[in-house]
Design a protein around this ligand. Structure first.
Ligand SMILES: Nc1ncnc2c1ncn2[C@@H]1O[C@H](COP(=O)(O)OP(=O)(O)O)[C@@H](O)[C@H]1O
Ligand SMILES: [Mg+2]
Length: 270
């Protein structure tokens, strides 16, 4: 089932310059999609359109089979969770427990049900033993995991990460990527959109949508895009580590060009 259907989507903030131009792609339920692109390529604008904060100027978006009409918008929003870039800006509670409870209180979830949900989602993000801790005592990665727990508590069908790891150190990034893998294993129906300019992170997903200056530059699996690494450089993106490694090995006379990921490459080398 298609969770998101975007057709010829166009958006302009000022009515003159289109920051998204004829963007079309769709996402099947349970998929993990990355949207990558240079700064200013329109990624966050796309996220705002997906959660219904902005209205398209042209084309259309559907989520869960619903058009973004006035009647549907709250229904659509209630099924989407979003995790933003800055771990400090999204921590609302005075403790981890309060922070996760915030969204549940807004939805009027009864007190007796709340604790079970908080325990479940804090376990999922490995933060259960931090429930009584205050935000100042947490690392960036831990704060982002609490933000993810707050989103998971509301049982969304789709979660959007808008540069959620951009402000984290390598350890924090790794923690979030491990949490994502765990969430997917626990709920194979959960659909994820990760907006990022980190090409390595995008390579963990099922499919990558490459945006450049508001247009879809390419769409493909990580393996498909690996063969187009030169083109990614032309729009200001880094080359994937796997590609750089293959090129470097090739220059030393070792051809492992058919390895689709690091594990395969290591196996071939062995
Ligand atoms: N609130 C806004 N008002 C006017 N222009 C904006 C606003 N937000 C973003 N833009 C412009 O829209 C373009 C796309 O921005 P954005 O979607 O934030 O890109 P990205 O998330 O890929 O960095 C940029 O040129 C940016 O300057
Ligand atoms: Mg952005």
């Amino acid at each position: 089932m298609k969770i998101v259907e975007i057709e010829n989507l166009t958006y302009s903030y000022d009515g003159k310059k289109n920051v998204l131009k004829n963007v079309s792609f769709s996402i099947e339920s349970g998929k993990y999609i990355s949207v990558i692109g240079h700064n200013g390529s329109g990624k966050s604008t796309l996220a705002r359109l997906l959660i219904g904060l902005l209205r398209p100027k042209g084309g259309s978006i559907k989520a869960f089979g619903m058009e973004y009409t006035k009647e549907n918008i709250l229904k659509i929003r209630s099924r989407i969770g979003i995790v933003f870039q800055n771990p400090d800006n999204q921590f609302i509670g005075s403790t981890v427990q309060d922070d996760i409870a915030f969204g549940l209180e807004n939805r009027c979830v009864p007190q007796d049900k709340m604790q079970g949900i908080i325990d479940e989602v804090s376990t999922m993000v490995d933060m259960k033993e931090y429930l009584t801790k205050e935000p100042e005592t947490l690392s960036g990665g831990q704060k982002q995991r609490v933000a993810i727990a707050g989103v998971l508590a509301l049982s969304p069908d789709l979660i959007i990460f808008d540069e959620a790891t951009a402000m984290l150190d390598p350890k924090g990034k790794r923690e979030i990527n491990e949490t994502i893998a765990k969430m997917r294993k626990n709920n194979p129906e959960l659909t994820l959109i990760s907006i990022t300019h980190d090409i390595e992170e995008a390579f963990n997903s099922d499919e990558i949508v490459v945006l450049s200056k508001g247009e879809v530059f390419d769409i493909g699996t990580p393996a498909e895009l690996l063969n187009k690494a030169q083109e990614l450089t032309s729009i200001g993106l880094d080359q994937p580590f796997l590609y750089k490694l293959k090129q470097s090995l090739k220059s030393k006379g070792i051809d492992v060009s058919d390895a689709a990921n690091i594990e395969e490459l290591v196996n071939k080398l062995c």
